[in-house]
Design a protein around this ligand. Structure first.
Ligand SMILES: [Zn+2]
Length: 301
């Protein structure tokens, strides 16, 4: 789930959970806000040649097919330069700020971050001023946010109020409107970190990701790209290929990146979209792996 003061057209990727949970405590943990500048980026040789190799098959596609997918800003995009970052030393510092969630859920989120997100990525996120809030529900203390967000378990929000990754302990059922313990928080933690990494590195603006994503979209079967199936059922995968109100695929590409981030970090444990992404976003996943491993080292999953 992506949100931002400049891009309010978020889409609900609501996922159902089960079980109810009483309202949680309201304590806050102090988290030092890191505002160190990012290291200067340079242009390593290998991703450039790799990007050229990835681009070659695209050139075989008819231009009229590609132009609406890539958009007008795609052609001159410079290869994303990603300098490797040294892995951060293990730290006992809390990565998260408890903001309404229970003590035990907050500890679980913290453990998930350390286990599933590379230390260098966490360092990038914190250095960009992000605060990771573990909340009872997403709109808690934020009346400016749409109540519909409480159907979802995670949010990446940036703007005048600050940069936030939010993870909710409870979400509302789309069907019954009841409050339930979120069953999607593991995905939410890593997916929202993916959005933050994208926000920091501008990865989905890079030619590597634009071209790989466009190639995957062009190769995708029509049924995968349809909003609903012939029998009228919604296609959840449409979230990742849906054009925005401006006709661009920027939002779809950003959501693909964030979900792909979770899939690359957790493998099949990222079960909601693992099979669909392996089938329909192979180039995008490979391009993401190339960019992420150039910066953060070898990925686990
Ligand atoms: Zn998202």
């Amino acid at each position: 789930m992506l949100h931002g003061r400049t891009a309010r057209g978020w889409l609900a990727c609501a996922l159902l959970a089960a079980g109810a949970k009483p309202a949680a405590a309201q304590h806050m943990l102090a988290l030092p806000r890191v505002s160190a500048p990012l290291p200067a980026l340079s242009l390593p040789a290998s991703p450039v040649s790799w990007a050229a190799a990835m681009s070659a098959p695209l050139l075989a596609l008819p231009a009229p097919l590609l132009s609406p997918i890539l958009g007008p800003s795609a052609a001159p995009v410079l290869t994303q330069a990603l300098a490797p970052v040294a892995p951060a030393a293990p730290s006992a510092e809390p990565l998260v700020r408890k903001a309404g969630a229970s003590e035990s859920f907050t500890a679980q989120v913290q453990a998930q971050l350390r286990a599933a997100v590379p230390a260098g990525a966490i360092a990038d996120i914190l250095a960009h001023g992000y605060i990771i809030l573990v909340k009872d529900h997403l709109t808690q203390d934020r009346p400016d946010l749409s109540a519909d967000l409480d159907y979802t378990g995670g949010l990446n929000d940036w703007g005048p109020l600050g940069n936030f990754i939010m993870v909710a302990e409870r979400i509302r059922s789309v069907k019954t409107l009841d409050w339930m313990e979120s069953q999607v928080w593991r995905n939410a933690v890593v997916h929202e970190c993916g959005h933050a990494v994208d926000h920091v590195l501008k990865a989905t603006d890079s030619s590597e990701i634009r071209e790989a994503w466009a190639h995957d979209l062009a190769a995708m079967p029509e049924a995968a790209k349809a909003e609903s199936s012939p029998d009228g059922r919604k296609n959840p995968f449409y979230y990742f290929v849906r054009p925005g109100p401006d006709g661009s695929f920027d939002r779809a590409r950003q959501e693909t990146w964030a979900e792909g981030f979770d899939i690359l970090m957790r493998g099949e444990a990222s079960s909601f979209n693992y099979a669909n992404f392996q089938a329909h976003f192979p180039r995008t996943l490979a391009a993401m792996r190339g960019l992420l491993e150039a910066r953060y080292g070898r990925l686990g999953a």
